[in-house]
Design a protein around this ligand. Structure first.
Ligand code: IMP
Length: 426
């Protein structure tokens, strides 16, 4: 049995798309299990750049089955748009290659309206969400007022739930958020069209996965966002509204907790974050700007510039523990070429104490001063390296030290955006 989960170990945008795409070669099925179209996975195949928000990154590998699990929140309009664009480019031509859980919850236009209005009202204290309605959709799921895909496909049920929800949301939008209400008819019409477009793909994906795993199929679970954005283990409240750790696979796809064999953490050779919240190793000056420019650090979903800083080993070690990582894929090592010295954060100091873990208190973490160690940099470009021995000695030293501090083997190293610009150690 081969089941692998890929998760981000930092604040998302670690380059998961590239590794899911690579690992999908070895898989039969690729599954998303949490998050929604707040994710943006950029894939470069040949000279073609594709950004996916909802459909698993495995889709560019011909013949793979892609699954959107029950833990995902689905914006049906985005799904239909993504499907149409992929089909135009010759992908997903066989309907049997995409399966969508009938238990997944929908993101509705009122979720987006609420998300945006709340952020506006928060002003400077905004979370910096992607504005895609993710938080409000998960809130409704937990409050048991959400609308699932199975409801969408049953018009009488959908109409009743939608009518009731719109009534309630319009009261909230008008009275509390000072926003205009939404029109039931317009939303209902649009969603009836979406229902017809996605109906062929909807199924009991938990049962499907059970049967396929029993039959020995290789399954890859594709995490979105990152461990520090996890609603329980991240830098709350500056997090997303789902669990992003590897443990979320079982609940978010309906497989048994003991099924996952390998847990691969995707980790950038430095640190980035979009949105607000504490970021101890952030570099606000020239180094941050240089990382942003060289690393093309702009959000794949919103285009926002990412905040950039040095590698934070405290955070990565914590993520290794929380996810039970069996290996790390290090990304964007090439971006560090020309920076000398390189800094690695090994602990924080806050309120007179030394921390080798990420404290839960946002106040403490915001005040944390990193303890750095320095390593010499290198000037040679790395994109042609295919084996560790091809790397300059200082790049190898840097990797060795990160590996030691992260207490996890680095099994893959990325030295460029293309599939082939990768060092595979195993
Ligand atoms: P939300 O998920 O749109 O509610 O946003 C909550 C926080 O998570 C914000 O800081 C976002 O910038 C961040 N976030 C959500 N999705 C991603 C992602 O895929 N990559 C990086 N950050 C993300």
């Amino acid at each position: 049995m081969s089941t692998t989960v890929v998760v981000g170990v930092q604040w998302g945008d670690e380059g998961k798309g590239k590794f899911v795409d690579i690992l999908a070669h070895e898989a039969d099925i690729v599954v998303r299990f949490q998050g929604g179209n707040n994710a943006g996975h950029t894939l470069v195949v040949g000279n073609e750049r594709t950004v996916l928000h909802l459909i698993p990154s495995g889709v560019l590998n011909p013949g793979k089955i892609c699954v959107i699990g029950n833990g995902v929140v689905v914006d049906a309009a985005v799904l239909v748009e993504e499907l149409t664009a992929l089909r135009k480019r010759g992908y997903l031509t066989d309907d049997a290659h995409l399966k969508i859980s009938d238990e997944a919850h929908l993101i509705l236009p009122y979720h987006k309206a609420i998300d945006l209005a709340r952020e506006r009202l928060r002003g400077k204290g905004e979370i910096g969400t992607t504005g895609r309605g993710i938080g409000p959709a998960y809130e409704d799921k937990i409050a048991r007022t959400g609308i699932r895909i199975v409801d969408l496909l049953d018009d009488a049920v959908f109409e009743e739930k939608l009518r009731r929800n719109i009534e309630e949301k319009n009261l909230y939008l008008n009275a509390i958020l000072k926003e205009q209400g939404l029109d039931f008819g317009t939303i209902h019409d649009a969603f009836r069209r979406h229902a017809d477009a996605i109906r062929p793909y909807v199924t009991d994906t938990a049962l499907y996965l059970y049967n396929e795993i029993q039959a020995g199929r290789r399954v890859l679970f594709e995490g979105a966002q990152g461990t520090m954005l996890d609603v329980d283990h991240g830098t709350y409240p500056y997090v997303t509204s789902s669990n992003c750790v590897a443990g979320a696979v079982a609940a978010g796809s309906g497989i048994g907790a003991g099924v996952v064999r390998n847990v691969v953490g995707i980790c950038k050779a430095y640190t980035t974050r979009v949105g607000n919240g504490p970021f101890p190793t952030e570099e606000l000056g020239d180094i941050g700007a240089r990382l942003r420019e060289t690393g093309d650090e702009f959000g794949a979903t919103t285009g926002r510039p990412r905040r950039c800083g040095w590698f934070d080993a405290v955070l990565v070690r914590q993520a290794a523990r929380l996810n039970g990582l069996t290996g790390i894929a290090l990304t964007k090592l090439d971006v560090l070429t020309g920076l000398d010295p390189l800094r690695i954060c090994t602990a924080y100091r806050a309120d007179g104490e030394r921390y080798e873990r990420v404290p839960a208190s946002v106040r403490l973490l915001s005040a944390a001063v990193p303890e750095y160690e320095e390593l010499p940099g290198w000037t040679e470009p790395l994109s042609n390296a295919r084996r560790l021995e091809d790397l300059p000695a200082n790049a190898r030293r840097y990797i060795d030290r990160l590996e030691e501090l992260s207490a996890t083997p680095f099994t893959m190293i990325s030295v460029g955006a293309r599939r082939e610009e990768t060092i595979l150690r195993d």
